[in-house]
Design a protein around this ligand. Structure first.
Ligand SMILES: NC(=O)c1ccc[n+]([C@@H]2O[C@H](COP(=O)([O-])OP(=O)(O)OC[C@H]3O[C@@H](n4cnc5c(N)ncnc54)[C@H](OP(=O)(O)O)[C@@H]3O)[C@@H](O)[C@H]2O)c1
Length: 293
């Protein structure tokens, strides 16, 4: 059984590989990477590293030869680029007779208003149309997306949001990675869709958890979208990122990431990492950086 992971040099991908190597023999693991230098440490572990770029269909076809299961970790960039790149991967998988394609999607993409939802809607549809058996891992939001929020709190600021009481199923990348490894290393996931989400929580809940962790009162500051954007820009966030962040806040406010599902703990065989645990970890990382032991 040959299992290939794309995007294995990225922040999610390295964690998928770590979790996968705990479950299957290294001889069964293959990665495709566009930059072989970045994959050098994976090669050292004995993993079959194949060079492939999402923009180069021929390289993808070479890389996917003999692969039974493929994890497509969604790419980065604008919608058009990502949709094109994902399509190249799906076509190559089809040509190579890949038996199962597993795709990291987003929560309920069909009705989501998230700025990234269109990419996932179209990619899921393309995978269905390809006829390749599939598994969609609909990842909710990385808690690591909130590192800036925590940093602001550690510097004495509030938890800033324009999402009102919208809730998010934040979990850290490591949980999504372990869930992906669980699917890659076991059977019976064909044509399944997993809504991978932690217990939904609001920014006010986040402020409460940070209050407990830090032992001092952390407040939540609810502002309108315009103020939210202005504060981000004033704090040095590039305009385009600030605009994107506001769109995320709007989607959260509309409930796009408010997902109740036990798919994640079922795949993990344990409870998902809680918001409190994740925030504690982020706080500890900052404290270690500022006061290394
Ligand atoms: N749910 C969420 O909260 C959330 C948040 C952010 C992102 N995401 C999605 O989740 C994905 C994985 O997250 P991440 O944190 O691991 O992102 P990341 O660290 O940026 O990793 C992206 C991976 O994609 C690879 N890649 C990009 N363009 C490629 C190309 N043309 N050909 C081949 N490989 C290419 C990168 O290769 P290199 O190492 O060579 O750059 C890297 O391995 C992201 O790409 C994004 O689609 C989800």
């Amino acid at each position: 059984m040959k299992i290939l992971v794309t995007g294995a040099t990225g922040m999610l991908g390295v964690k998928v590989i770590d979790a996968l190597l705990e479950r299957v023999a290294v001889e069964d693991v293959v990665i495709s990477a566009r930059n072989l230098d970045k994959a050098a440490n994976l090669k050292q572990k004995g993993i079959d590293v194949r060079k492939a770029d999402y923009e180069d269909p021929a390289s993808l076809e070479q890389a996917f030869a003999g692969i039974d299961k493929l994890l497509l970790i969604s790419s980065q960039g604008d919608d058009e680029t990502r949709i094109r790149q994902h399509s190249n991967v799906i076509y190559a998988a089809e040509k190579c007779g890949v038996g199962l394609i597993i795709y990291t999607s987003i929560s309920k993409p069909q009705k989501s208003t998230l700025p990234v939802a269109e990419v996932h809607r179209q990619t899921e549809q393309h995978i269905r149309d390809s006829g390749i058996p599939f598994t969609f891992l609909r990842n909710n939001w990385y808690v690591e997306n909130e590192i800036g929020t925590v940093k602001n709190v550690l510097e004495g600021g509030p938890v800033l949001t324009s999402a009102e009481d919208g809730r998010v199923g934040w979990v850290p990348r490591v949980d999504y990675a372990e869930a992906a490894a669980a699917v890659l290393s076991s059977s019976g996931h064909e044509n399944n869709i997993y809504e991978l989400s932690g217990k939904p929580a609001s920014y006010a809940d986040m402020a409460r958890e940070l209050t407990n962790i830090l032992g001092r009162r952390v407040t939540v500051r609810n502002v309108n979208d315009r103020t939210y954007q202005e504060v981000l820009i004033a704090n040095g966030t590039p305009d385009i990122m600030a605009e994107f962040s506001v769109e995320i806040q709007q989607s959260i406010r509309r409930g796009d990431l408010d997902i109740e599902s036990d798919d994640l703990p079922k795949l993990l065989g344990r409870p998902a990492i809680t918001l409190k645990q994740s925030l504690t970890e982020i706080v500890n990382q900052f404290e270690f950086k500022n006061h290394p032991r």
